[in-house]
Design a protein around this ligand. Structure first.
Ligand code: PBG
Length: 317
């Protein structure tokens, strides 16, 4: 007998996992006070963008068949509370309006967190003892969600990991007539070393301490399922696992435990690692990236958030 896959013509017919641009989300960094684009040193191929450049970049993604972008903002100034996050004229809000006006069919997802906006770099307000105040932070996140949704965000994506934030955001959005804005929850978000390049890009490394008080222990998979269940019960519309490659088992377990769509974030460190190896001539970037992203899809991710999105869309053309 011949194994089916060895019959060349049948290879497509028996392929179990499809990777295409239509599953991808492209993250972008919109920065105050720059003209055009400024390369991000820690993430080759990724730039800080002005509003105009962000509209152009979003247009390129859309033209390549990528259905969604995920926006991060670098504000003019940071403060203790992170007030730039809910500034109606903030970078994310301005970029959202501009992108939606130019590319109405492109889905704009806004990352919802305070760490890019706080002077101390934590994802919430700090109490006098240096610990993040969970419940006070919820109010600020709710304000931010409203500001982003009012600016036209199609989906808000809380990445802060405060307890109860999905419920708090859902209630706030509903109360303000924004019941049709879905929530993509960073549910199983691990305290990971793989966020290093992003923190350089977002200038959001905590000045003191780390995020282990609110992000998850990499040793725990069942807890990831539990976080997903809690977020689903609070009204999440999409469940996210982050990072992706060291957590493929978590993606699989979450996928099997929920009927909601599952997203996986192929984070900055995963991207930078591959870029560095490719630049050193150690592996073939295209083959390795396609294999890694196919693996993330195979693990169960419906949606893959990746800095490689535009490359992948081109490669798969
Ligand atoms: C904000 C946030 C982070 C990332 C996405 N949203 C950083 C962090 O938690 O420190 C990381 C994304 C990446 O590494 O690509 N809380």
């Amino acid at each position: 007998m011949r194994r089916l896959r060895k019959t060349g013509l049948l290879r497509g017919l028996v392929r179990e996992t499809e990777l295409s641009a239509s599953h991808l989300v492209y993250p972008m960094f919109v920065r105050h006070g720059i003209d055009g684009r400024v390369p991000i040193a820690s993430m080759p191929g990724v730039d800080h963008l002005s509003i105009t450049a962000a509209v152009e970049e979003a247009g390129e993604a859309a033209a390549l068949g990528i259905p969604a972008v995920l926006l991060f903002g670098l504000p003019a100034a940071k403060d203790e509370e992170g007030s730039g996050a809910w500034d109606d004229e903030g970078m994310v809000q301005l970029a959202t309006r501009a992108i939606k006006a130019a590319h109405p069919d492109l889905l704009v997802i806004t990352d919802l967190c305070l760490c890019e906006y706080t002077s101390h770099g934590h994802c919430g307000v700090l109490r006098a003892d240096g610990v993040v105040d969970n419940d006070l932070t919820l109010e600020l996140l709710a304000r931010t969600a409203l500001s982003q949704a009012e600016a036209g965000a199609d989906v808000v994506a809380p990445s802060d990991m405060m307890d109860g934030r999905v419920g708090a955001l859902r209630a706030a959005l509903d109360e303000h007539g924004l019941s049709e804005t879905p929530i993509m929850a960073y549910s199983a978000k691990y305290a990971s070393a793989f966020y290093g390049p992003f923190r350089e890009a977002a200038e959001s490394a905590p000045a003191q301490g780390d995020r282990r008080g609110y992000q998850m222990d990499p040793a725990n998979a069942r807890e990831g399922v539990r976080e997903a269940e809690l977020d689903a019960a609070e009204g999440a519309d999409v469940i996210m696992v982050k990072p992706a490659l060291p957590y493929l088992d978590v993606i699989r377990r979450v996928k099997e435990s929920t009927s909601l769509p599952v997203a996986a974030y192929n984070v900055s460190g995963e991207y930078a690692m591959l870029k560095a190896a490719a630049a050193a001539g150690l592996l073939d970037e295209r083959a390795a990236a396609l294999e890694a992203l196919t693996g993330i899809r195979r693990a169960g991710a419906d949606i893959v958030i990746t800095y490689h999105a535009k490359d992948v869309a081109r490669w798969l053309r």
